[in-house]
Design a protein around this ligand. Sequence first.
Ligand SMILES: NC(=O)c1ccc[n+]([C@@H]2O[C@H](COP(=O)([O-])OP(=O)(O)OC[C@H]3O[C@@H](n4cnc5c(N)ncnc54)[C@H](OP(=O)(O)O)[C@@H]3O)[C@@H](O)[C@H]2O)c1
Length: 187
Amino acid sequence: MQTKTNICAIVAVGPDNVIGRNGVMPWDCKSDMYHFRQTTLHQPCIFGRTTFENLPQKPLPNRFNIVCSSKYPNKYHNNIFYANSIESALQECSKYPTVFICGGAQIYKYAFDNNLIKTLYLTIIKNQTLKNAIRKSPNYYCRFEPNISEFFNSPQWSVEQIKYPENVLPKDTNNTFAEFYKFTLTR
Ligand SMILES: NC(=O)c1ccc[n+]([C@@H]2O[C@H](COP(=O)([O-])OP(=O)(O)OC[C@H]3O[C@@H](n4cnc5c(N)ncnc54)[C@H](OP(=O)(O)O)[C@@H]3O)[C@@H](O)[C@H]2O)c1
């Protein structure tokens, strides 16, 4: 798909590439919520049906919300665009300079398998309690399929760490630590 739009993916990845459990994220990470809001505010955001249905607030405020399902009609309803393919979702955003693919696992997989992503905003979440829980019951979790180490090691991607001033970033509790990275396609 040829487009001038900067198609970005934004994802938070925990231990063992985990991104979700039972339709939601298996952590409470306030700093990542802040980062997500700062990064996506006033931009179009594309969601898979499952992720959208589980958002605590629907639609996500101050963003153009697009939801993908094979059963949707490519139509607007209450300012949300319901798209029957990721291509239709991106087409609807073609006048925007930037668009965010906001997951979940199926939507990320499709976007990376089809080389749609030009920029990746990756949060790495560290939490020892969660790591232990995943080790005990690995099948309960859904995962981000691309191999994260490839983004760090491939010459196709340049990486920068995003640092926020300490006084603006909400503090995390429960031994949760977040690091923020931005990867840009170099080719
Ligand atoms: N950690 C993070 O940053 C993050 C971010 C987002 C989501 N998540 C987590 O990811 C999990 C959900 O992921 P998921 O893979 O189960 O669901 P999902 O990707 O959110 O949604 C899957 C649904 O999207 C639709 N879909 C998928 N590919 C499509 C395509 N090519 N064209 C049109 N529609 C398409 C299908 O809907 P139909 O079945 O109706 O056809 C499919 O069932 C949740 O646990 C959520 O919390 C984590």
